[in-house]
Design a protein around this ligand. Structure first.
Ligand code: 16G
Length: 240
């Protein structure tokens, strides 16, 4: 199975072998792969070599470890296009997944200066700050902190944010969300967010800031979202 004469290191060959097995469906999602000991015997390599291959596949999001139990095949990451201005609810429904939310906090306040500038607000203008955990099929995917100018959605209430915020803005308020700008960066998850997202510390997460505008270029929301990097892959089509 392995070529011991090859310049390709053994751990890379094992990694490729296991990866092929996973991708061609030899294991189902959630199924345990053979133990380190079994793989060590099969490939006649050291345990360290096997461990290195598995760690790389865990870091790639193809496998996950459960302490004291074993290593399992992970659910494939969600491939999220970066081109459409869609809502979380729309994204999940289009994949046949069930979206849901958990509200962490809902406040009305004078925002910090950066939010105030980005939302083009005057000094004394308030925002609603909504913090929600977003779930797909009851699994936590992201945490969103949304800042919305009170003057644009003055009567925003708890039950409006239980479902889709975009649906409230567009159907109830009859405002048209037309375009947005987004920034994305990799950061280490904060302790509080790690608990909400049910991931270990330290884990990398993807932080996205979206500023969405109405047709007249008035900003309607700033959303700072923390996405699980083990569950998301962002895709963009580019042309030359
Ligand atoms: C997405 C948007 C967020 C928007 C939310 C509305 C990104 C990075 N963020 O998560 O800006 O507020 O959808 O979703 O894509 P909802 O209508 O389901 O509440």
């Amino acid at each position: 199975m392995l070529d011991k004469q090859s310049p390709i290191p053994m751990y890379v060959q094992i990694e490729d072998y296991l990866k092929n097995q996973i991708l061609q469906g030899d294991f189902v999602i959630g199924e345990a792969i053979p133990s380190e000991r079994e793989l060590t015997d099969t490939f006649e390599v050291s345990r360290m070599t096997v461990r290195q291959s598995i760690t790389n596949l865990v870091n790639e999001g193809l496998l996950y470890r459960e302490k004291g139990r074993g290593t399992y095949v992970a659910t494939p990451k969600i491939e999220q296009p970066l081109s459409g201005l869609t809502s979380f609810t729309e994204d999940m429904l289009s994949r046949g997944m069930k979206p849901s939310n958990k509200l962490i906090s809902f406040e009305k306040m004078i925002p910090e200066i950066d939010i105030m500038h980005e939302l083009q607000l005057a000094k004394d203008e308030e925002v609603f700050v909504v913090k929600r955990i977003r779930y797909a099929d009851d699994k936590p995917m992201a945490i969103e902190r949304s800042y919305l100018p009170v003057k644009l959605v003055p009567n925003l209430e708890l039950n409006d944010i239980e479902g889709s915020l975009y649906s409230f803005i567009e159907k109830d308020k009859r405002l048209i969300i037309s375009h947005a700008s987004q920034r994305m960066e990799a950061v280490l998850v904060k302790r509080e967010d790690a608990e909400f997202l049910q991931i270990f510390m330290p884990s990398a997460v993807l932080l996205i800031e979206r500023i969405s505008y109405l047709t007249n270029d008035v900003p309607i929301e700033i959303v700072r979202s923390t996405y699980r990097a083990d569950r998301y892959k962002f895709i963009s089509e580019i042309r030359r």
